[in-house]
Ligand binder design. Structure first.
Ligand SMILES: [Fe+2]
Length: 313
């Protein structure tokens, strides 16, 4: 969260008890921008308080038993295969939810923001000064390598590489585990828990109902920023050492870097949403919790699978 930098803004915050609001919103209130009033800001801070207590304490964010186990690195290859299969289904089905979100956007800006994510997901590399220079890319096989592509920028003018599709990054891990193309990614391989999660993503994140898609987005962003990528990275790093393997981690490290940037914007986006739209607070909390129930079901499914493997191994 950004802290108001100048003294005038700090004084304004103290005078109106607006501590907790991000600088962009405060600046717009101070400027007298339409829809940005002190009264609305106070209502937002109460709403934020509700969100903190009634949404962000969801166990999908605060208590992920599966990733807590995964990060210890004690999994065997069968555990890992099962994880990769379910995660690859989520990765593919997420495309459907993201396409629905794009189609159901209520403004051209919203549509483009969703399209950025969708296009990047299928292989359009962000156009950014932080991309590796061509001279850094040693051979054709490295084009689209997640270690070399930027996590920020825009797909506008970006270059498409088949190999930059996030699903293909996952394939590079799965092939090292002996899984073929048709062993991963398909709904027929999904557990009931994984499919429930994917269907909830399409229903809520991709919803035609604006309130639902915004609440689900906010919930998903907060889940993604809660640290599960780093737990997966820690677990796989230990696994590689223990099993003398070199499973490529860049799929995970790229997403971890991406989320670190998203987390900074999530709060500002929520405030913009609140000030510029009429948010029904109860609905937002309800839809957000439904989305997180879906997330929790996915990890619970994986957790049950790994417990069964211990019993039958
Ligand atoms: Fe991705």
């Amino acid at each position: 969260m950004s802290v108001p930098a100048n003294r005038q803004l700090q004084q304004f915050v103290r005078q109106h008890h607006l501590e907790g609001l991000t600088s962009p919103s405060l600046e717009l209130i101070l400027k007298g921008q339409t829809d940005y009033t002190v009264e609305k800001a106070s209502r937002f801070l109460n709403f934020q308080n509700r969100i903190s207590h009634e949404l962000l304490k969801h166990r999908a964010i605060t208590r992920n038993e599966y990733t807590a186990w995964f990060k210890k690195g004690e999994q065997n290859i069968e555990h890992l295969k099962k994880f990769i299969v379910q995660f690859s289904i989520f990765s593919n089905q997420f495309l459907i939810a993201q396409l629905l979100k794009t189609i159901n956007a209520d403004s051209i800006e919203g549509m483009r923001a969703s399209k950025e994510i969708l296009a990047n997901e299928i292989g359009v590399v962000f156009n950014s000064s932080k991309n590796a220079k061509r001279s850094d890319i040693k051979n054709f096989d490295q084009e689209g390598d997640p270690q070399l592509v930027a996590t920020e920028g825009t797909v506008e003018g970006g270059i498409f590489h088949f190999r930059a599709a996030h699903f293909e990054w996952l394939l590079r891990i799965s092939s090292k585990l002996g899984l073929g193309f048709n062993d991963v990614g398909k709904r027929k391989h999904g557990t009931a828990a994984t499919l429930f999660f994917c269907d909830e993503l399409a229903r809520l994140y991709g919803s035609e109902v604006y309130q639902a898609s915004q609440a689900a987005s906010y919930a998903v962003e907060n889940w993604a920023a809660a640290g599960f990528w780093d737990e997966l990275i820690e677990g796989l790093t230990k696994f590689n050492i223990r099993h003398h393997m070199d499973l490529p981690l860049a799929f995970l490290t790229w997403h971890s870097r991406l989320e670190a940037q998203h987390a900074r914007h999530t709060q500002e986006e929520l405030e913009e949403l609140y000030f510029t739209r009429s948010i029904r607070e109860d609905d937002f909390i309800t839809y957000g919790n439904q989305m997180l129930d879906g997330v929790a079901a996915f990890w619970d499914g994986l957790n049950n699978q790994r417990k069964q493997l211990v019993v039958f191994n």
